[in-house]
Design a protein around this ligand. Structure first.
Ligand code: NAI
Ligand code: MG
Length: 339
């Protein structure tokens, strides 16, 4: 049995997480789900956006499934997401985006964005002076080597052929220059499994929209990965299509790439696909490969059968879409290795 810490969070977080948990329960009986508070509700109930009990549970579980939180402009706000990524050493953020339906006027996309998750623009070190604020953007050799090595390993293990470093080293010659140099050095040593590609971040954004099949796997710095994964999701049909895994040497947290979407929260119309597919990523991470494939197949089959969610102009809300996914999983085999 594996213990999963479930963190629904705010806005549409609880709506999409509930759908994913239903699908995971159908996929395998080898998971034990323990719920915990995070975000605005946690602040109201426990006085903290990431209460100690929640963090301790995240650490003691085999993996975590997280929805989203709503950020706040309050002066005492600290992002629970950035905190758990840092404290749990979740250095790699893996964001696969694949078209499941054909979206009018857009090419099909099948890209994995691997984002450095521990430094770059997200160190939150800001220095104030009389004229303004200077934000310190940190790039280290150690973190760059760690993420590029991870990206090479992940690409090879997943049968991918091309790895593209997305950067802005023509302007940020020191920091992005270091990241790019590390990429070039490590790609030299990877014995030809992968083709080496490089692209500036601004033209990469354009190319993702106009020629998405130009990319196979992207490895990039923190903020670029954050932005490009939303661009890629848009090409696939919207933010409901981008799952995400935060992975470290010991811990892992799986989540949709999107936020709490306050504009549609409480209406039951959020697309749960990203969170369901994040659950499939979690299954694979824990070694439940058959169950993971069964979830991915059921989601693809649901779309292929013409059952579309509201964001695609269809008639399915979170629940009825999930019912169709569940229907396609009945009687699917469980992983023998974990029985
Ligand atoms: P967002 O990702 O929440 O929403 C952007 C747009 O995409 C909205 O129009 C929303 O309705 C739509 N959308 C998002 N997920 C969808 C889904 N599953 N199905 C259908 N439509 C979907 O980003 P936004 O509006 O910039 O941020 C809202 C809040 O979420 C903010 O407080 C932000 O800080 C927070 N946020 C939290 C994240 C996290 O917890 N990991 C990540 C990103 C944002
Ligand atoms: Mg984002």
């Amino acid at each position: 049995m594996k213990r999963i810490c479930v963190l629904p969070g705010d806005g549409i977080g609880p709506e999409v997480v509930e759908c994913a948990v239903d699908v995971l329960k159908q996929a395998t009986d080898q998971l034990d789900f323990i719920h915990a508070d995070i975000g605005q509700l946690a602040k109201e109930k426990h006085g903290s956006y990431l209460p100690d009990e929640t963090f301790d549970l995240m650490k003691s579980c085999d993996s975590c499934l997280f929805g989203a939180v709503t950020s706040s402009e309050r002066s005492d706000y600290t992002s629970p997401v950035l905190t758990f990524r840092k404290e749990l050493d979740l250095f790699a953020n893996v964001r696969p985006v694949r078209s499941l339906v054909s979206v009018h006027g857009r090419s099909a996309i099948d890209v994995i964005i691997i984002r450095e998750n521990s430094e770059g623009m997200y160190t939150q070190r800001e220095v104030f002076d009389d004229e303004g604020v200077t934000t310190l953007r940190r790039v280290t050799r150690k973190a760059s080597e760690r993420i590029v090595s991870f990206a090479i390993r992940y690409s090879v293990e997943n049968g991918r052929k091309r790895l593209c470093c997305v950067h802005k080293a023509n302007v940020l010659r020191g920091s992005d220059g270091l990241f790019l140099q590390v990429f070039r050095d490590l790609m030299e040593r990877q014995q030809g499994h992968l083709t080496k590609e490089e692209q500036l971040v601004d033209s990469a954004a354009l190319k993702l929209v106009n020629e998405p099949d130009a990319f196979d796997v992207i490895v990039t710095l923190n903020l670029y990965g954050d932005i490009l994964s939303d661009v890629a999701a848009g090409v696939a049909g919207g933010l409901g299509f981008a799952p995400s895994g935060n992975i470290g040497p010991k811990h892992s947290v799986f989540e949709p790439s999107h936020g709490s979407a306050p504009d549609i929260a409480g209406k039951g119309i959020a697309n749960p696909t990203a969170t369901i597919l994040a659950g499939a990523m979690m299954l694979r991470h824990l070694g439940f490969n058959d169950a993971s494939r069964a979830v991915e197949r059921a989601v693809s089959d649901t779309y292929a059968s013409g059952h579309l969610t509201y964001d695609l102009g269809g008639r399915h809300g979170s629940k009825t879409f999930t019912d169709h996914v569940l229907k396609r999983m009945v009687g699917k085999p469980l992983d023998e290795s974990h029985r």
